[in-house]
Design a protein around this ligand. Sequence first.
Ligand code: SF4
Length: 206
Amino acid sequence: MNRSPVEARSLPVLQAEIRGCRKCEDAGYIAEANPLTRGTTNARFFIIGQAPSRTDHESGGMYLGPAGRKLRGWFVEAGFDEADFGTTIYFAAITKCFPGRLPGKSTDRLPSRAEQALCRPWLDAEIATVNPAVLVLFGGLAITTFLSRAPLSELVGNVYTNDDGRTVIPLPHSSGASLWLNAPENKAKLARAIDRLREARSDALQ
Ligand code: SF4
């Protein structure tokens, strides 16, 4: 689908508008909206995950749950440090509110297409405003939305360039619910992806 060009805006104003959004709560999709977004216009790296975790929802932080901490560890392996998180590394997601758990399960619910569509303008506005050099797609939903529906095994470990000239690096989701990383060959693909991240860091921050 072709999308209209999105104009850059004042990031603090945009983030304040995002934090005030209650569209999914008003529509009855989620129990409580608590939109999370974090980063600065200096961010050269822009992480797009699926949605905030319950830990994030309760703490107001981002990528602080078990899967998020594992992702942060991959960035540290690639040469980043803690001070980069939420500053030069922008934290975003396909939807900005915790979607709740699957009924009777301890895993998070995938945001519906309707929720993704409601939230997408915020994400497009953030990307246009921050203008990052590198998009890091964290997990299947971000990868299918921004890169390809090809299997993860074909994508992870490679680096791509999108129509806007941005570098795109796909990463698997690090949730314990995902079994993809259990296979030794997939662990090797993740190691290659971290190498790609390290190279992109050298290029973008030199
Ligand atoms: S998920 Fe996005 S669109 Fe829905 S209430 Fe939260 S910020 Fe608004």
